[in-house]
Design a protein around this ligand. Structure first.
Ligand SMILES: Nc1ncnc2c1ncn2[C@@H]1O[C@H](COP(=O)(O)OP(=O)(O)O)[C@@H](O)[C@H]1O
Ligand SMILES: [Mg+2]
Length: 147
């Protein structure tokens, strides 16, 4: 159905469809991949992320501080444990804060990273192995562009 080479434009007609789409997208991911989720507030980035966690059977959320730039989930990929790092950089104001937070260590390793609002920081651009853009095209309709 869909594979590693999954690229192009897709139309989603509901949050459920976006999650289902994300689940299939996630099958093609491997440890070390860093996914950049692009889109305005409410576009569905977090819904997409939820779909990814479902593919890896993430049940345990290891960290959940009230104010958090990153959450870590424990999941499984092809029978092996994998950590999923979910960043939400919405509240991050400068690239300098990125250094301070020690992001490098969380982005480079044998885990999977998914970054919301990552396109705001050009210094991170080279790290992304996949880009997923969500565009609001109707109340419940989203255009999903994978590159
Ligand atoms: N096709 C769709 N795909 C994703 N979300 C949708 C869709 N249609 C409606 N929604 C709603 O839009 C909102 C998206 O929220 P969220 O994923 O948190 O956005 P973001 O993380 O991009 O700010 C949710 O309330 C979801 O139910
Ligand atoms: Mg979000």
């Amino acid at each position: 159905m869909m594979d590693d080479a999954m690229r192009g434009e897709f139309l989603s007609r509901s949050a459920d469809e976006t999650r289902e789409f994300a689940r299939r997208f996630a099958i093609g991911l491997k440890p070390g991949d860093v996914v950049c989720l692009i889109g305005t507030l409410g576009a569905g980035k977090t819904e997409f992320m939820r779909g990814i966690t479902e593919t890896f059977g993430c049940v345990a959320q290891l960290s959940s501080p009230t104010f958090s730039l990153m959450n870590i989930y424990e999941g499984e990929m092809r029978g092996r444990p994998v950590e999923l790092h979910h960043f939400d950089l919405y509240r991050l104001e400068s690239e300098k804060e990125l250094d301070g937070a020690g992001f490098d260590d969380y982005l480079s390793g044998s885990f999977l990273s998914v970054v919301e609002w990552g396109e705001r920081f050009p210094s991170l651009a080279w790290r992304y192995t996949r880009r997923v853009e969500l565009l609001i095209t109707g109340d419940e309709q989203r255009k999903i562009v994978i590159s």
